[in-house]
Design a protein. Sequence first.
Length: 467
Amino acid sequence: MSAQTEKNLLPGSIGEVLHYLDPSCLRGEDHLRWPPNTFILAAYVLKQSGAYVNIIEGWPPSLLELELHDAELDNDTTWADWMSDIGKDWRSAYSKQQGVPEEIRRWWKIVVSNSHQEVRGLSSQKSLCAALIHLMAAADEAAEGAGIPASSDSTPDKTFAKQALELLETIASLSTNVVATKASVLPKLHAPLGGLTLRSFSHNLALHVGYEARPSWRIVSRESHASLNLVLAPWPKVVRPKQFSEGQCNLKEMPDGVGVVNYEPEDGDVIEWIKKLIQKAKEFSPRIDGVVMPEMSLSRDKYDLVRREIFEAAPDAFVICGVLEKAPGNNSADNYAIFDASAFGAPQNPIVQHKHHRWKLDRSQIETYGLGSCISPNDIWWENINVKDRGVNFIVLNDEVTLCCLICEDLARQDPVAELVRSVGPSLVIALLMDAPQLNIRWPARYATVLAEDPGSVLNPLQAQEC
C-alpha cells in the first residue's frame, strides 16, 4: 500500500485501525518476522470488531476461503496440529533469520487487500475474519513458553526465548511495533474455560489494550518444586479503633459530611512474633518459599527490620508485605504491597505496587468495626492515601508459578486492572486485606470467585488476626 493510499484510509476501516497501531504494517512485512508483532495487530482488530464469535458457526474454514488453493492437509492432521506446525516453523524462521512461512504471508495479504472494509462489518467478511484468527492462532503457537524461564536446557529456539525475556524486562511487552500506550502483548498462563471472549482464543499470548493499568513483568528465578510453601503471617494480632483518626485532606474543597481517615500501624512485638512463626513453620516443612503479610501490617521502618529477620531465618524465601509509609510534610500516606526476594541471602531490589482505590467507610462499616468512638458514623470517610499510577506486577518464580498481588479494595473494585489480570491469567493471585476473618459469606470470598472462575487463578486472601 502506497503512502498516498494510506492518506485516503476510510474512517472506521480496518486499514485505519491498523495504521493507528503500526503505520508501516500496510506497506511492508517487517512485522511478520516477530510473531507477537503480528499477534497484536490481528488480535486488536478482532477485539474491536467482536467478529471472533464467527468461529462457532463452523470451524475450520476451507483452504479455499484462506486462499491456500495449492495446499493440502493430511487427513490425520487436525487444525490445531496445523497451527502448531506453522507456529513452530515461524518461531524457527525468526531464530534462523529465514523467511516467514508462506501461509502467514498469504493470510496477511488477505488482511491488506481488505483494509478498506469497515471494522463493524468484519463479521460478514468470512475470509478476512478467518485470516485474522489464523494469524493470531499461529503467532500464539509460535510464542509457546515466551516470558517464562524454562526449567531445563531443552527449550528449543533459545534465540526467541531470550528476545522475549529481554523485551518483557525492558518495555513490559512482547510486541515492538506498537507503543504500549495503545496496546501491548504479554505472556499468558491460563485461558478461561467458560464464555466466549477474545481471551478464549489464545494459550500463550495475551492482548492488553490501553495504558490505564500498566503491566510489569518481573523474573525472580526460583527452583521449581511440587509445592509452593508459604508462611501466612496474619499481623497485627488485633486492629484497634484507636489506630483510626480523622485526617487532614489535601483537597481544598470537600463537601460537608465527607472526610478522610488516617490509620496508624501498631508494630508491637512483630519481630519476635515473626521469628517464632517461622520456627514453627519449619517444624512442618524445612523449605519456606515465601512469607506473606496483610495490607498495612507494618510501617516502612519496621518492615525493613522484619525483612532482615525473615531473610536470616529463610534466606531463599521471598516476602510479600502490605506497607503504610507516611512521607514528611504530606497529609496522606502511601499504601502499597512490597515484594522482596532474596538471591542466595542477598535481597534484590524490592518491587512495589500501590493500592489502586481508597477504602470508603460509611455508617454500616463504622458501626461494624466499632470505629464510632474515633470518627463520626454520620459522615462518609475516605482512606487518606495517595492514589498513584495503576499497575500490576506479574512476578515469575519459575515455569510453574507466576503471581500477582491485589490490595484489599482493589479486589472488590476490579477496574481498571481486572481485564489485565484475566488476560494474563496468573497461576496465583494474593490479596492483601485489612479485614475481619474471612468467611464464605463475606465480600472477599465473593469477589475472589470471579478470578478463580475466569481465568482460573488460585486466590489467596490474607487478613489480620482480628479486626
